[in-house]
Write a protein that binds this ligand. Structure first.
Ligand code: GDP
Length: 195
């Protein structure tokens, strides 16, 4: 998709604040520091749009962005940050469940993992959660520029095996540094949202 406009609509903490209307939504999830903001910014050709409140320690909100007036990206706060309290973790879980299980506009979740490491237990839990509720998932293996090309396939296999991925799920090699995988990511999103 050729992005001509993107802006934040709202940072929501509860369902009453989610945007109304029936625009399709793509949610983006991943552990803290995985490269989620960089992924969003790369796809939207923006430098700093997705940074507003996604950093650890800030209020945990779902950030809705509108793209070309036809699609919402929903930036989900990163998980797995060690210093987050149990209470905050529980609040995070509740907010995610409330959003992902009930939101009709949600067409797919982009789950971002780090190509360099095998997916964390939290990544596996998130993947299984999405599968359990039948929510389509696009796996992005980012930071590919940090791994020599000759080792990409080996690392992708670790991602596939650790998540025990369905063969039909999209797995896309990505780099926010080089733009690798950007077109494929948009193609997968378009397929799942029909845009
Ligand atoms: P977030 O916490 O998941 O939103 O992660 P950020 O997008 O803020 O990225 C965390 C760190 O990883 C930053 O220092 C980024 O510059 C770096 N980073 C993100 N994506 C890539 C990538 O594809 N390649 C490289 N080399 N660094 C990346």
């Amino acid at each position: 998709m050729k992005v001509t406009s993107s802006e934040i609509v709202i940072s929501a903490v509860k369902p009453e604040q989610y945007p109304q209307g029936d625009l399709p939504e793509i949610a983006l999830a991943g552990r803290s520091n995985v490269g989620k903001s960089s992924f969003i910014n790369k796809l939207l050709n923006r430098k700093n749009l997705a940074r507003i409140s996604s950093k650890p320690g800030k209020t945990q909100t779902l950030n809705f962005y509108i793209i070309n007036e036809v699609l919402h990206f929903v930036d989900v706060p990163g998980y797995g940050y060690a210093k987050v309290s149990k209470t905050e973790r529980a609040a995070w879980g509740k907010m995610i469940e409330q959003y992902m299980i009930n939101r009709e506009q949600l067409k797919a979740v982009v789950l971002i993992v780090d190509l360099r490491h095998s997916p964390s237990n939290d990544d596996v839990m998130m993947y299984n959660f999405l599968k359990h509720y039948g929510i389509p998932v696009i796996i992005i293996a980012t930071k590919a520029d940090k791994i020599p090309k000759g080792k990409w396939e080996k690392h992708l296999k670790v991602v596939r095996d650790t998540l025990d991925m369905d063969k039909s799920d999209h797995l896309i090699l990505f780099s926010s540094e080089t733009g690798l995988g950007k077109d494929k990511a948009w193609a997968a999103i378009s397929l799942l949202t029909k845009h």
